[in-house]
Design a protein around this ligand. Structure first.
Ligand code: SOE
Length: 388
Protein backbone atom coordinates (compact mmCIF):
# COMPACT_ATOMS: atom_id res chain seq x y z
CA UNK A 1 0.00 0.00 0.00
CA UNK A 2 1.37 3.44 -0.92
CA UNK A 3 1.71 6.16 1.68
CA UNK A 4 -1.21 8.60 1.62
CA UNK A 5 -0.58 12.35 1.74
CA UNK A 6 -3.64 14.22 3.00
CA UNK A 7 -4.50 17.50 1.29
CA UNK A 8 -6.22 20.42 2.99
CA UNK A 9 -7.45 22.76 0.26
CA UNK A 10 -8.15 26.38 1.16
CA UNK A 11 -10.53 27.83 -1.43
CA UNK A 12 -13.12 26.20 -3.67
CA UNK A 13 -13.27 28.14 -6.96
CA UNK A 14 -11.85 27.63 -10.47
CA UNK A 15 -8.37 26.61 -9.29
CA UNK A 16 -9.79 24.25 -6.64
CA UNK A 17 -11.43 22.38 -9.53
CA UNK A 18 -8.12 22.22 -11.45
CA UNK A 19 -6.12 21.03 -8.43
CA UNK A 20 -8.75 18.51 -7.26
CA UNK A 21 -8.90 16.99 -10.73
CA UNK A 22 -5.10 16.67 -10.67
CA UNK A 23 -5.03 14.98 -7.23
CA UNK A 24 -7.63 12.48 -8.44
CA UNK A 25 -5.95 11.77 -11.79
CA UNK A 26 -2.23 11.88 -10.99
CA UNK A 27 -2.01 8.27 -9.65
CA UNK A 28 -3.61 7.00 -12.88
CA UNK A 29 -0.90 8.66 -15.00
CA UNK A 30 2.25 8.45 -12.87
CA UNK A 31 2.22 5.02 -11.25
CA UNK A 32 5.78 5.02 -9.87
CA UNK A 33 5.29 7.40 -6.93
CA UNK A 34 5.88 6.36 -3.32
CA UNK A 35 2.75 8.20 -2.16
CA UNK A 36 -0.65 9.26 -3.46
CA UNK A 37 -2.52 12.45 -2.60
CA UNK A 38 -5.82 12.14 -0.75
CA UNK A 39 -8.47 14.87 -0.82
CA UNK A 40 -9.09 15.18 2.91
CA UNK A 41 -10.63 18.59 3.73
CA UNK A 42 -11.76 21.59 1.71
CA UNK A 43 -12.54 25.08 3.01
CA UNK A 44 -15.01 27.64 1.72
CA UNK A 45 -16.58 30.73 3.28
CA UNK A 46 -19.97 29.27 4.28
CA UNK A 47 -20.97 25.83 5.52
CA UNK A 48 -23.30 25.36 2.54
CA UNK A 49 -20.61 26.27 -0.02
CA UNK A 50 -17.96 24.16 1.70
CA UNK A 51 -20.25 21.11 1.83
CA UNK A 52 -21.17 21.51 -1.84
CA UNK A 53 -17.46 21.88 -2.76
CA UNK A 54 -16.55 18.70 -0.84
CA UNK A 55 -19.24 16.74 -2.70
CA UNK A 56 -18.34 18.22 -6.09
CA UNK A 57 -14.56 17.91 -5.78
CA UNK A 58 -14.35 14.63 -3.88
CA UNK A 59 -13.15 15.71 -0.42
CA UNK A 60 -13.85 13.59 2.68
CA UNK A 61 -14.48 16.62 4.97
CA UNK A 62 -15.28 20.30 4.70
CA UNK A 63 -14.78 23.34 6.93
CA UNK A 64 -15.28 27.10 7.05
CA UNK A 65 -12.22 27.61 9.27
CA UNK A 66 -8.92 27.46 7.35
CA UNK A 67 -6.89 27.82 10.57
CA UNK A 68 -8.27 24.59 12.01
CA UNK A 69 -7.37 22.79 8.76
CA UNK A 70 -3.85 24.20 8.84
CA UNK A 71 -3.54 22.98 12.47
CA UNK A 72 -5.09 19.56 11.78
CA UNK A 73 -2.39 16.91 12.50
CA UNK A 74 -3.89 14.64 9.85
CA UNK A 75 -3.18 17.13 7.06
CA UNK A 76 0.18 16.85 5.22
CA UNK A 77 -0.21 19.38 2.38
CA UNK A 78 -1.92 22.78 2.42
CA UNK A 79 -3.10 23.80 -1.03
CA UNK A 80 -3.82 27.54 -1.36
CA UNK A 81 -6.33 28.41 -4.10
CA UNK A 82 -7.74 31.64 -2.67
CA UNK A 83 -7.40 35.19 -4.10
CA UNK A 84 -3.90 36.66 -3.81
CA UNK A 85 -4.48 38.76 -0.67
CA UNK A 86 -4.70 35.68 1.59
CA UNK A 87 -1.79 33.61 0.21
CA UNK A 88 0.80 35.03 2.62
CA UNK A 89 -1.22 34.66 5.82
CA UNK A 90 -2.26 31.08 5.03
CA UNK A 91 1.19 29.98 3.81
CA UNK A 92 2.99 31.41 6.84
CA UNK A 93 0.54 29.70 9.23
CA UNK A 94 0.86 26.44 7.28
CA UNK A 95 4.67 26.58 7.40
CA UNK A 96 4.58 27.19 11.17
CA UNK A 97 2.31 24.13 11.49
CA UNK A 98 4.92 22.07 9.58
CA UNK A 99 2.80 21.48 6.47
CA UNK A 100 4.08 21.19 2.92
CA UNK A 101 2.54 23.91 0.75
CA UNK A 102 1.43 24.47 -2.81
CA UNK A 103 0.17 27.98 -3.56
CA UNK A 104 -1.53 29.28 -6.67
CA UNK A 105 0.28 32.04 -8.57
CA UNK A 106 1.31 34.75 -8.23
CA UNK A 107 2.83 33.70 -4.92
CA UNK A 108 1.43 36.87 -3.29
CA UNK A 109 0.58 40.52 -4.01
CA UNK A 110 4.15 41.85 -3.80
CA UNK A 111 7.73 40.96 -2.90
CA UNK A 112 7.35 42.09 0.71
CA UNK A 113 4.78 39.33 1.22
CA UNK A 114 6.66 36.71 -0.82
CA UNK A 115 9.84 37.39 1.21
CA UNK A 116 8.00 36.65 4.47
CA UNK A 117 6.54 33.48 2.93
CA UNK A 118 9.97 32.37 1.74
CA UNK A 119 11.50 32.93 5.18
CA UNK A 120 8.67 30.95 6.81
CA UNK A 121 9.08 27.87 4.60
CA UNK A 122 12.87 27.98 4.85
CA UNK A 123 12.71 28.17 8.64
CA UNK A 124 10.15 25.36 8.87
CA UNK A 125 12.01 23.24 6.24
CA UNK A 126 8.78 22.27 4.51
CA UNK A 127 8.41 21.61 0.78
CA UNK A 128 6.98 24.59 -1.07
CA UNK A 129 5.70 24.96 -4.61
CA UNK A 130 4.15 27.80 -6.58
CA UNK A 131 1.70 26.75 -9.28
CA UNK A 132 3.25 28.14 -12.46
CA UNK A 133 1.87 25.11 -14.26
CA UNK A 134 2.70 26.07 -17.86
CA UNK A 135 6.35 25.11 -17.44
CA UNK A 136 4.99 21.56 -16.93
CA UNK A 137 3.82 21.48 -20.57
CA UNK A 138 5.94 18.82 -22.35
CA UNK A 139 6.84 21.20 -25.22
CA UNK A 140 8.08 23.83 -22.74
CA UNK A 141 10.17 21.27 -20.84
CA UNK A 142 11.51 20.08 -24.20
CA UNK A 143 12.59 23.65 -24.98
CA UNK A 144 14.42 23.70 -21.63
CA UNK A 145 16.14 20.40 -22.50
CA UNK A 146 17.32 21.75 -25.87
CA UNK A 147 18.62 24.94 -24.23
CA UNK A 148 20.44 22.97 -21.50
CA UNK A 149 22.00 20.70 -24.14
CA UNK A 150 23.28 23.77 -25.98
CA UNK A 151 21.18 23.00 -29.09
CA UNK A 152 20.50 26.69 -29.79
CA UNK A 153 23.73 28.00 -28.26
CA UNK A 154 24.04 31.18 -26.23
CA UNK A 155 20.67 32.89 -25.93
CA UNK A 156 20.40 36.39 -27.33
CA UNK A 157 16.68 37.19 -27.16
CA UNK A 158 13.50 36.06 -25.32
CA UNK A 159 10.19 37.41 -26.61
CA UNK A 160 7.19 36.37 -24.49
CA UNK A 161 3.49 37.19 -24.63
CA UNK A 162 0.38 36.25 -22.71
CA UNK A 163 -2.74 37.57 -24.44
CA UNK A 164 -6.32 36.82 -23.37
CA UNK A 165 -9.63 38.53 -24.08
CA UNK A 166 -11.98 37.69 -21.23
CA UNK A 167 -11.76 41.23 -19.79
CA UNK A 168 -11.90 43.14 -23.11
CA UNK A 169 -15.65 43.57 -22.64
CA UNK A 170 -16.17 46.57 -20.31
CA UNK A 171 -19.18 44.71 -18.85
CA UNK A 172 -16.90 41.95 -17.57
CA UNK A 173 -17.41 42.38 -13.81
CA UNK A 174 -15.14 43.89 -11.20
CA UNK A 175 -13.91 40.63 -9.63
CA UNK A 176 -11.03 40.61 -7.14
CA UNK A 177 -8.68 40.40 -10.15
CA UNK A 178 -9.29 44.12 -10.85
CA UNK A 179 -8.68 45.31 -7.28
CA UNK A 180 -5.15 46.19 -6.16
CA UNK A 181 -5.74 45.43 -2.48
CA UNK A 182 -6.85 41.89 -3.35
CA UNK A 183 -4.79 41.06 -6.45
CA UNK A 184 -1.65 43.23 -6.06
CA UNK A 185 -1.63 43.97 -9.81
CA UNK A 186 -3.77 43.21 -12.88
CA UNK A 187 -2.69 41.46 -16.07
CA UNK A 188 0.89 41.54 -14.79
CA UNK A 189 0.31 39.40 -11.69
CA UNK A 190 -2.45 37.27 -13.18
CA UNK A 191 -0.85 36.23 -16.46
CA UNK A 192 2.37 38.24 -17.02
CA UNK A 193 3.96 36.30 -14.15
CA UNK A 194 3.57 33.06 -16.15
CA UNK A 195 5.78 34.62 -18.83
CA UNK A 196 8.31 35.85 -16.27
CA UNK A 197 8.41 32.25 -15.02
CA UNK A 198 9.15 31.06 -18.59
CA UNK A 199 11.89 33.69 -18.92
CA UNK A 200 13.57 32.67 -15.64
CA UNK A 201 13.17 28.92 -16.33
CA UNK A 202 14.44 29.04 -19.91
CA UNK A 203 16.89 31.96 -20.03
CA UNK A 204 17.91 32.94 -16.48
CA UNK A 205 17.34 35.72 -13.97
CA UNK A 206 16.01 39.06 -15.23
CA UNK A 207 18.30 41.90 -14.11
CA UNK A 208 16.59 45.05 -15.36
CA UNK A 209 13.20 46.10 -16.78
CA UNK A 210 11.60 49.03 -18.55
CA UNK A 211 7.80 48.85 -18.53
CA UNK A 212 4.64 50.67 -19.45
CA UNK A 213 1.13 49.81 -18.24
CA UNK A 214 -2.38 50.79 -19.33
CA UNK A 215 -5.77 50.55 -17.69
CA UNK A 216 -8.20 50.62 -20.61
CA UNK A 217 -11.44 50.03 -18.71
CA UNK A 218 -11.44 52.34 -15.70
CA UNK A 219 -14.63 51.07 -14.04
CA UNK A 220 -16.59 47.85 -14.21
CA UNK A 221 -19.92 46.51 -12.91
CA UNK A 222 -19.54 45.45 -9.27
CA UNK A 223 -19.66 41.68 -9.09
CA UNK A 224 -22.63 40.12 -7.36
CA UNK A 225 -22.33 36.60 -5.95
CA UNK A 226 -19.41 34.21 -6.33
CA UNK A 227 -15.82 35.21 -5.95
CA UNK A 228 -14.34 34.98 -9.43
CA UNK A 229 -16.27 35.87 -12.55
CA UNK A 230 -14.21 35.82 -15.74
CA UNK A 231 -15.86 37.39 -18.77
CA UNK A 232 -19.22 39.03 -19.29
CA UNK A 233 -21.99 37.81 -16.99
CA UNK A 234 -25.23 38.75 -18.77
CA UNK A 235 -27.77 40.51 -16.61
CA UNK A 236 -25.20 41.44 -13.97
CA UNK A 237 -25.07 44.49 -11.73
CA UNK A 238 -25.34 47.99 -13.27
CA UNK A 239 -23.60 49.71 -10.35
CA UNK A 240 -19.91 50.28 -11.18
CA UNK A 241 -16.69 50.46 -9.19
CA UNK A 242 -13.14 51.63 -10.07
CA UNK A 243 -10.43 49.41 -11.56
CA UNK A 244 -7.07 50.26 -9.94
CA UNK A 245 -4.78 47.73 -11.63
CA UNK A 246 -3.19 47.38 -15.09
CA UNK A 247 -5.17 45.86 -17.97
CA UNK A 248 -2.00 45.60 -20.01
CA UNK A 249 1.77 45.66 -19.54
CA UNK A 250 4.59 45.87 -22.11
CA UNK A 251 8.16 45.45 -20.88
CA UNK A 252 11.69 45.41 -22.19
CA UNK A 253 14.11 43.10 -20.38
CA UNK A 254 17.81 42.72 -19.74
CA UNK A 255 18.89 39.38 -18.31
CA UNK A 256 21.85 38.85 -15.96
CA UNK A 257 23.54 36.66 -18.59
CA UNK A 258 23.45 39.40 -21.22
CA UNK A 259 20.37 38.26 -23.16
CA UNK A 260 17.68 40.86 -23.86
CA UNK A 261 13.98 40.56 -24.58
CA UNK A 262 10.41 41.64 -24.00
CA UNK A 263 7.20 40.58 -22.30
CA UNK A 264 3.66 41.67 -23.10
CA UNK A 265 0.53 40.70 -21.15
CA UNK A 266 -3.08 41.76 -21.58
CA UNK A 267 -6.52 40.33 -20.91
CA UNK A 268 -8.07 42.79 -23.41
CA UNK A 269 -6.85 41.32 -26.72
CA UNK A 270 -10.02 40.34 -28.62
CA UNK A 271 -9.51 37.07 -30.45
CA UNK A 272 -6.66 35.87 -28.23
CA UNK A 273 -7.85 33.34 -25.65
CA UNK A 274 -4.80 31.80 -24.04
CA UNK A 275 -2.08 33.10 -26.35
CA UNK A 276 0.88 32.30 -24.13
CA UNK A 277 3.99 32.28 -26.29
CA UNK A 278 7.76 32.53 -26.32
CA UNK A 279 10.26 32.81 -29.11
CA UNK A 280 13.89 32.39 -28.14
CA UNK A 281 16.77 33.20 -30.44
CA UNK A 282 20.16 31.68 -29.73
CA UNK A 283 23.44 31.91 -31.63
CA UNK A 284 22.82 28.39 -33.06
CA UNK A 285 19.05 28.32 -33.50
CA UNK A 286 15.58 29.37 -32.39
CA UNK A 287 12.63 27.91 -30.47
CA UNK A 288 8.97 28.93 -30.62
CA UNK A 289 6.03 27.82 -28.44
CA UNK A 290 2.38 28.88 -28.36
CA UNK A 291 0.10 27.37 -25.70
CA UNK A 292 -2.81 27.54 -28.14
CA UNK A 293 -0.87 24.75 -29.98
CA UNK A 294 0.51 23.28 -26.78
CA UNK A 295 1.59 19.87 -28.16
CA UNK A 296 4.04 21.49 -30.53
CA UNK A 297 7.52 22.97 -30.21
CA UNK A 298 8.86 24.75 -33.26
CA UNK A 299 12.62 24.50 -33.68
CA UNK A 300 15.11 25.93 -36.15
CA UNK A 301 18.75 24.83 -36.03
CA UNK A 302 21.30 27.03 -37.79
CA UNK A 303 23.53 24.03 -38.57
CA UNK A 304 20.90 22.67 -40.99
CA UNK A 305 22.00 23.32 -44.57
CA UNK A 306 21.08 26.57 -46.32
CA UNK A 307 18.64 24.68 -48.53
CA UNK A 308 16.63 23.18 -45.60
CA UNK A 309 17.03 25.58 -42.71
CA UNK A 310 13.70 26.79 -41.28
CA UNK A 311 11.26 26.22 -38.48
CA UNK A 312 10.00 22.64 -38.14
CA UNK A 313 7.44 21.28 -35.70
CA UNK A 314 8.10 18.63 -33.08
CA UNK A 315 4.83 17.10 -31.89
CA UNK A 316 5.34 16.04 -28.27
CA UNK A 317 4.60 12.51 -27.08
CA UNK A 318 6.15 9.60 -25.18
CA UNK A 319 9.70 10.47 -26.32
CA UNK A 320 9.50 13.84 -24.60
CA UNK A 321 9.39 15.16 -21.01
CA UNK A 322 6.62 13.54 -18.89
CA UNK A 323 5.95 11.15 -21.78
CA UNK A 324 6.40 8.20 -19.40
CA UNK A 325 3.16 9.13 -17.63
CA UNK A 326 1.10 11.02 -20.18
CA UNK A 327 -0.47 9.52 -23.32
CA UNK A 328 1.28 6.63 -25.18
CA UNK A 329 1.34 8.09 -28.71
CA UNK A 330 1.92 11.62 -30.00
CA UNK A 331 -1.19 13.25 -31.40
CA UNK A 332 -3.59 12.31 -28.62
CA UNK A 333 -2.90 15.77 -27.27
CA UNK A 334 -2.72 17.31 -23.83
CA UNK A 335 -4.71 20.11 -22.20
CA UNK A 336 -4.65 22.35 -19.15
CA UNK A 337 -5.45 19.31 -16.97
CA UNK A 338 -2.26 17.49 -17.88
CA UNK A 339 -0.10 20.45 -16.85
CA UNK A 340 -1.79 20.35 -13.44
CA UNK A 341 -1.37 16.55 -13.21
CA UNK A 342 2.38 16.87 -13.85
CA UNK A 343 2.49 19.67 -11.25
CA UNK A 344 0.96 17.39 -8.59
CA UNK A 345 3.28 14.55 -9.64
CA UNK A 346 6.30 16.81 -9.03
CA UNK A 347 4.88 17.99 -5.70
CA UNK A 348 4.41 14.42 -4.44
CA UNK A 349 7.87 13.39 -5.71
CA UNK A 350 9.49 16.39 -4.01
CA UNK A 351 7.81 15.56 -0.69
CA UNK A 352 8.57 11.82 -0.71
CA UNK A 353 12.13 12.21 -2.05
CA UNK A 354 12.87 15.28 0.07
CA UNK A 355 13.82 17.38 -2.96
CA UNK A 356 13.17 21.02 -3.85
CA UNK A 357 9.96 21.70 -5.74
CA UNK A 358 10.22 23.41 -9.12
CA UNK A 359 9.17 26.17 -9.12
CA UNK A 360 9.39 26.85 -5.38
CA UNK A 361 8.76 29.90 -3.17
CA UNK A 362 12.22 31.26 -4.01
CA UNK A 363 11.23 31.26 -7.69
CA UNK A 364 7.88 32.85 -6.75
CA UNK A 365 9.71 35.52 -4.75
CA UNK A 366 12.07 36.32 -7.64
CA UNK A 367 9.06 36.69 -9.94
CA UNK A 368 7.47 39.07 -7.42
CA UNK A 369 10.70 41.14 -7.34
CA UNK A 370 10.62 41.39 -11.15
CA UNK A 371 6.89 42.30 -11.08
CA UNK A 372 7.48 45.01 -8.48
CA UNK A 373 10.34 46.40 -10.58
CA UNK A 374 8.05 46.47 -13.64
CA UNK A 375 5.40 48.44 -11.77
CA UNK A 376 8.04 50.84 -10.43
CA UNK A 377 9.39 51.32 -13.96
CA UNK A 378 5.89 51.95 -15.36
CA UNK A 379 5.50 54.64 -12.70
CA UNK A 380 8.93 56.31 -13.14
CA UNK A 381 9.27 55.59 -16.88
CA UNK A 382 12.89 54.55 -16.28
CA UNK A 383 14.84 51.28 -16.38
CA UNK A 384 14.64 49.65 -12.93
CA UNK A 385 17.15 47.09 -11.59
CA UNK A 386 15.70 43.95 -10.04
CA UNK A 387 16.96 43.54 -6.52
CA UNK A 388 17.59 39.74 -6.64
C1 SOE B 1 -7.19 34.29 -15.68
O1 SOE B 1 -6.53 35.22 -16.44
C2 SOE B 1 -6.48 32.93 -15.60
O2 SOE B 1 -7.33 32.06 -14.93
C3 SOE B 1 -5.14 32.99 -14.85
O3 SOE B 1 -5.33 33.41 -13.52
C4 SOE B 1 -4.47 31.63 -14.89
O4 SOE B 1 -3.24 31.63 -14.23
C5 SOE B 1 -4.30 31.26 -16.36
O5 SOE B 1 -3.65 30.07 -16.49
C6 SOE B 1 -5.64 31.19 -17.04
O6 SOE B 1 -6.25 32.45 -16.92
Amino acid sequence: MKKQLNVGMIGAGFMAKAHSMAYASMPMFFTNTEATPYRKTIVDVTEELAKAAAERLGFENYSTDWRSVVEDPEIDIIDIVTPNDSHAEIAIAAAKAGKHIISEKPLARNAKETKEMLEAVQQAKVRNMVAFNYRKTPAVALAKKFIDEGAIGKIMNFRGTYLQDWSADPESPLSWRFQKDKAGSGALGDIGTHVIDFAHYLVGDIAEVMATTQTWVKERPIQTGGIDSLGNVKGGNTEKGPVDVDDEISTLLRFKNGAVGSIEATRNAWGRHNFLTFEIHGEKGSLYFNYERRDELQVCFAEDGDDRRGYRTIYTGPAHPYGEGLWPIPGLGIGYSETKIVEVYHLIEAITKNQECEPNFLDGHKIALVSDAMLESAESQRWVRVDL
